[in-house]
Design a protein around this ligand. Structure first.
Ligand code: 13P
Length: 246
């Protein structure tokens, strides 16, 4: 039985003080029906981590090298120094604006598992790929190329399917599209790993998830949670989501 997992990806939002206020308001109002977490910016991670007892605190990126001449980058050890044990990898905004490739994401996933950090690996097709009927091809390729050769506690990996056309647009994928694509993510996980691992890995849907639609997604057999942008930024809306998945 897979436990649901709901993560708020805050992207480039919130100062440390705002993160602390949020954590104080939310951390004591969760329940055991799902894992809940937030992914603040690097500069707010320490503050969020310090105040969170129940919320997972995730970074939004990490480098795969342990140290060295990589100006502007953050290592796994640096996150672990803050007691941050989760990280989002390969978000479409990192792929689109910072040219992150599946090959780099693959190196990051390997480094994370090697050093005890749990990755949330994002995949998802662009609008033109969706319109050209290439969703399956793109998503299978991304899952394969990001995860091939990964060893260790692979069951702990979370995969987030986020169709790029549904992110921040208010145009969420239909429940049918989300379920079908998450099912093929799971099928590809079977090929990359094996059936047992594929059944254990949690798959999230992301893209314009909000309190009013999260229940429908979570009712689907292959959707085990959500990666949420906009609707995760406000305490009220986050707590409505917490309530909705009770
Ligand atoms: P929105 O929920 O704002 O569409 O963002 C989704 C997302 O990119 C989460 O990682």
């Amino acid at each position: 039985m897979r436990k649901s997992i709901i993560i708020g990806n805050w992207k480039m939002n919130k100062l440390s003080k705002e993160a602390i206020d949020f954590v104080k308001a939310v951390d004591g109002n969760l329940h055991d029906g799902a894992d809940f977490g937030i992914a603040p910016t690097y500069t707010a991670l320490a503050a969020a981590r310090e105040h969170a007892s129940n919320l997972i605190v995730a970074a939004q990126n990490v480098h795969y090298q342990p140290s060295g001449a990589y100006t502007g980058e953050i290592s796994i050890e640096m996150l672990k120094e803050l007691n941050v044990e989760w990280v989002i990898l390969g978000h479409s905004e990192r792929r689109q604006y910072f040219n992150e490739t599946d090959a780099e994401i693959n190196k990051k996933v390997k480094a994370c598992l090697e050093h005890g950090l749990t990755p949330i690996v994002c995949v998802g097709e662009l609008l033109e790929e969706f319109e050209a009927g290439k969703t399956e091809e793109v998503v299978r390729r991304q899952v394969h190329d990001c995860l091939v050769g990964v060893e260790g506690n692979v069951q702990s990996i979370v995969v987030a399917y986020e169709p790029v056309w549904a992110i921040g647009t208010g145009k969420s994928a239909t429940v049918e599209i989300a379920q079908n694509t998450c099912a093929l993510v799971r099928d590809e996980l079977k090929k990359v790993f094996n059936e047992e691992v594929a059944e254990a890995i949690r798959i999230q849907y992301g893209g314009s998830v909000k309190p009013s639609n999260i229940k429908e997604y979570m009712a689907q057999p292959d959707i085990d949670g959500a990666l949420i942008g906009g609707a995760s930024l406000k305490v009220d809306s986050f707590l409505e989501i917490v309530e909705a998945v009770k």
